[in-house]
Design a protein around this ligand. Structure first.
Ligand code: ATP
Length: 466
């Protein structure tokens, strides 16, 4: 059973498949190893400062003489770093499109070979080809696969491949008109030699989109789709805090698929809601195998989450469901209505209580401990550990505890974490005991109807209060 608050982190680590890619397709294909993309900066939503920075490179490539006259050297390499799905490939392709360059799109791991010298040979061949087709953009995604820090036990084959890349970049003359764009999710892994001036000396961070950028990305991905007038992309952008460009493109595409499935001539708000839920929680299981007893347990578990969430009130509930989706038997969908970057200690404790409420509800009603709280407990453990080791929110003091010190303090950290979680659990049980009637009502409604909206939850609880 899952709580989908904070799900974006999970999505960021493991991006969902994207079906709606913008124009990186292989147009005007001259050679199997490169393309001439038609992508422009207009296809890249938001990221204005980054586009501005790249515009200088575009200008260099378009009017090299202007810069040569001034004795300015064209930059050789740019490094994009940041989480997956945030538009790094798209931007590189736009630089190629804007400069009408040949676009060589390769992945670092393609150069990782078993036999010494083979990777280096392939790097040489790539640069030879790029020189021939110049102006060229060589985009190396996951550059850390060949550019990771070298050390005494480094692998000889990898070292040779990296050396060859450095040699090729050093060998650019002022007439080369080739730019190498590297992309990585982990800048800290890269070898210093790669980051030196004259190689990848421009580092551009591409982070998760904020509300404004999400809105712009949604506009780009819906502009050619028949959208119902009532659909408000502002609201959708608010609901998708933590989502990256790839997720947003996916939501727009999934909404279109739902509209087709329902023979609708336009994509409605309802289609977007379904798409959002599908991207977050996975595919709805049409053949639920929950036996009646399990369904009752799941109803109380999810009702517990929903009720405590409403009582502590840190993040509005969008929907509660006991229809299995993906690996979850039931779930509470909480979507923040604003971008939040800072949480107080009280708010983190409230998050823990909401997560523990499913387990607490089961214990209160069935007097048992079940396997259904596994996912919740993992999240609880993560929050408690972060409070102690990263945010200085425990009796161990205002300090961060790094991995080295964790080894010495394991017992104390464990004790602190237990104390945080146990106190939260006691308070959660108390909250549920005080509101036991509501718990029965919400759970029964879920058992009968299988899903519940925020409005339905509020009206059920209010009715009880009158
Ligand atoms: P990875 O690190 O996993 O390779 P990435 O950062 O290279 O990811 P892209 O492949 O460029 O991400 O983005 C995936 C898709 O997400 C794009 O093809 C596009 O559909 C969408 N997308 C991402 N960012 C944007 C954006 N700023 N504007 C429009 N679409 C975007």
């Amino acid at each position: 059973m899952k709580m989908f608050d904070n799900l974006f982190k999970k999505l960021n680590n493991k991006p969902v498949p994207v079906f709606a890619q913008t124009k990186i397709e292989k147009e005007t294909k001259d050679d199997s190893s490169y393309t001439k993309p038609k992508t422009t900066f207009n296809d890249v939503a938001g990221l204005e400062e980054i586009k501005e920075e790249l515009f200088e490179i575009v200008d260099f490539m378009r009017f090299p003489d202007k810069y040569k006259k001034m004795g300015a050297k064209i930059p050789k390499g740019v490094l994009f770093y940041g989480p997956p799905g945030t538009g790094k490939t798209l931007l590189a392709s736009a630089v190629a499109g804007e400069t009408n360059s040949a676009f060589f799109n390769v992945t670092g791991s393609e150069f990782v070979e078993k036999y010494v010298g083979v990777g280096a040979k392939r790097v040489r061949a790539l640069f030879d080809r790029a020189r021939k087709e110049a102006p060229s953009i060589i985009f190396i995604d996951e550059i850390d696969a060949i550019g990771a820090k070298r050390h005494s036990e480094s692998n000889n084959e990898k070292d040779q491949t990296l050396n060859q890349l450095l040699v090729e970049m050093d060998g650019f003359t002022k007439d080369s008109n080739i730019i190498v764009i590297g992309a990585t999710n982990r800048l800290d892994l890269l070898d210093e030699a790669l980051l030196r001036p004259g190689r990848f000396d421009r580092h551009v961070h591409i982070g998760s989109p904020n509300y404004h950028t999400r809105h712009e990305i949604l506009k780009v991905h819906t502009k050619d789709k028949p959208i119902d007038k009532k659909v408000d992309l502002n609201i959708l952008a608010k609901k998708t805090h933590g989502f990256n460009g790839a997720h947003l493109a996916n939501i727009a595409n999934e909404a279109a698929i739902f509209a087709v499935r329902e023979n609708s001539s336009v994509i409605t708000e309802n289609h977007f809601d379904k798409a959002l839920e599908r991207v977050i929680a996975g595919l709805e299981s049409k053949t639920s195998t929950l036996i009646e007893k399990e369904k009752r347990i799941v109803s109380y578990h999810e009702a517990g989450h929903a009720l405590v969430s409403d009582l502590v009130g840190i993040c509005p509930i969008q929907k509660i469901s006991i229809v299995p989706r993906g690996q979850a038997l039931g779930y509470v969908l909480q979507l923040p209505d604003e971008d939040r970057y800072i949480y107080t200690k009280d708010e983190l404790l409230s998050k823990i209580k909401i997560l523990l409420a499913g387990k607490a509800s089961e214990e209160l009603i069935f007097n048992h401990k079940s396997t259904g709280a596994k996912d919740d407990l993992k999240k609880v453990t993560d929050i408690a550990n972060q409070m102690i080791c990263e945010y200085g929110m425990s009796d161990l003091g205002f300090m961060t505890i790094d991995n080295k010190n964790k080894t010495f303090l394991t017992e104390k950290i464990q004790k602190e974490a237990n104390s945080i979680v146990e106190n939260c659990y006691k308070e959660t049980l108390e909250l549920l005991r005080e509101n036991i009637n509501d718990l029965h009502i919400v759970s029964n409604h879920l058992f009968e109807n299988e899903t519940m909206t925020h409005e339905e939850l509020k009206s059920l609880i209010r009715k009880e209060m009158c």
